[in-house]
Design a protein around this ligand. Structure first.
Ligand SMILES: NC(=O)c1ccc[n+]([C@@H]2O[C@H](COP(=O)([O-])OP(=O)(O)OC[C@H]3O[C@@H](n4cnc5c(N)ncnc54)[C@H](OP(=O)(O)O)[C@@H]3O)[C@@H](O)[C@H]2O)c1
Length: 265
């Protein structure tokens, strides 16, 4: 099925690694011209995207700084002509237990993950309103569904993003602009590289699909939500892509019993 994304332009923050790169790859495959922004965009990832036949440029920006976000959006619009799509993906987490949270890490987390989205969508939104078209996708996290140790600022930022996404969606919808969220479960990226292997093994048992996600699988969900052809009436949605992790069935049966339950001869 045609997504109708060919020839569109997109700005993706954090688009040269992990999940952002998965989104960039899926959009490049659909023929979307790209601006990839982060503090240090990976030249190899940019070249790989260009090799797929689309325009792709790197923009250096620290999204925790308002002036850099404003400049990032202006540069993307200047280089691509306009922005049809904006993907707010860049984020980071500083692991601190509640008695050790320092103000610098707290505000850095909230600025990188949450304020950056508000600054960028304000700038992108003005341009999209003038053009009466556009689609915005915000990357959330399943971490917000249950309390998590040493992740307070990150969880607060991701829940804040969801609330912000809903308000953005209702204010921009009258101008023909759709805003949605994609919410990943566990993906093996730089952000999760410090998770111990033993912990990941336990997580695998909790995931009904019994595997971690591939970043491009978020990319496919992103293409679906960003496409005006495939999702014209989808506004303020939160698409969870987690292999079933957040379904959390009660552990009444062993993995072996579950596997045997519906086995066919
Ligand atoms: N991995 C998971 O299991 C998982 C689960 C749920 C949600 N997520 C979400 O998925 C998104 C991508 O994370 P990831 O897992 O793909 O990790 P990742 O590979 O580490 O990607 C994070 C990206 O954000 C960029 N970034 C970080 N701080 C920045 C800043 N101050 N300014 C500009 N760019 C910045 C990084 O680029 P530079 O270093 O070049 O700045 C990097 O490209 C995040 O929103 C994260 O919360 C991930």
């Amino acid at each position: 099925m045609e997504t109708g994304l060919r020839g569109k332009t997109a700005l993706i923050t954090g688009g040269s690694s992990g999940i952002g790169r998965g989104i960039a790859l899926a959009l490049a495959e659909e023929g979307v011209d790209l601006a990839i922004a982060s503090r240090d965009p990976d030249p190899a990832a940019i070249a790989d995207l260009q090799a797929r036949g689309v325009r792709c440029m790197a923009i250096r920006a620290d999204v925790s700084v308002e002036a850099e976000v404003v400049a990032m959006v202006a540069t993307a619009i200047a280089q691509l002509g306009h922005l049809d799509l904006y993907v707010n993906n860049a984020a980071w987490t500083w692991h601190q237990p509640v008695t050790q949270i320092d103000s610098e890490s707290w505000f850095r987390t909230l600025n990188t993950n949450l304020s950056a989205c508000m600054w960028a969508c304000r700038e992108v939104g003005r341009q999209m309103i003038a053009r009466r078209t556009g689609s915005i996708l915000i990357v959330g996290s399943t971490v917000r569904f249950n309390p998590s140790y040493r992740e307070t600022a990150y969880r607060v930022s991701k829940e804040g993003l969801r609330m912000y996404m809903q308000d953005l969606a209702i204010e921009l919808a009258p101008y023909g602009i759709r805003v949605n969220m994609v919410t990943p479960g566990h993906f093996q990226t730089r952000m999760t590289s410090s998770v111990p292997k033993a912990t990941e093994a336990k997580m695998l048992e909790l995931i009904p699909a019994h595997r971690f996600g591939q970043p491009v699988e978020i990319g496919y969900a992103a293409a679906l939500l960003l496409s005006d052809r495939l999702s014209p009436y989808t506004i303020g949605a939160d698409l969870v892509v987690d292999g079933g992790l957040t379904l959390r069935p009660l552990p009444l049966f062993s993995q072996e019993e579950v596997a045997a339950m519906n086995a066919q001869e």
